[in-house]
Design a protein around this ligand. Structure first.
Ligand SMILES: [Zn+2]
Length: 172
């Protein structure tokens, strides 16, 4: 379990950081945090077995004054959009990025103008603006507020990532 990480939320449900699963369990056992999600992993001692929380929420509010800015990159756009095509909602297919206002029409490479798109939608839209292509965005692209979603720890089980997803969505 040494490599396992848990997501720590502020008392307001704002994601704060990842911590070791062991520390998350200790915070929970000490009553400093509520355990919100589990996914079947256990920590065993000689006499007892504890379910490892994958998400904990602190009971006391932590004031965090500094937030780093998220760098713009293809990888981070795909992460922000959850590897989901922002036109048709497709997931689990090869994803590209698409300029909502095409570059040929002076569309910029910014968080607000670039979205994840499947190849089919990318081809269908081509160099046309949305209205001419008869397509719509699932949601308005914005700059993510928080770096955390780009920092999924290495060697994380899929079940952990799934249990984090709904808490990290607000960061996109
Ligand atoms: Zn698509």
């Amino acid at each position: 379990m040494e490599h396992l990480r848990s997501l720590v939320l502020n008392s307001t449900y704002e994601p704060l950081q990842f911590t070791s699963a062991r520390r998350a369990l200790i915070l929970f056992l000490l009553g400093k945090a509520e355990a919100l999600e589990f996914d079947g992993f256990h920590f065993r001692t000689c006499s007892t077995s504890y379910r490892l929380p994958t998400v904990i929420k602190l009971r006391r509010f932590i004031n965090r004054p500094y937030k780093a800015s998220v760098s713009f990159s293809k990888k981070n756009v795909l992460r922000r959009d959850g590897h989901t095509c922002q036109y048709c909602g497709a997931t689990g297919v090869k994803m590209t990025i698409d300029h909502v206002i095409p570059r040929s029409r002076q569309g910029e490479s910014t968080w607000e103008n670039v979205v994840a798109a499947c190849r089919e939608c990318n081809l269908k839209k081509g160099n046309r603006p949305l209205s001419m292509a008869g397509m719509r965005l699932l949601r308005q692209p914005r700059k993510p507020k928080n770096l955390l979603f780009t920092m999924t720890p290495a060697n994380t089980p899929d079940s952990h990532v799934q249990s984090w997803a709904k808490y990290l969505t607000s960061l996109r």
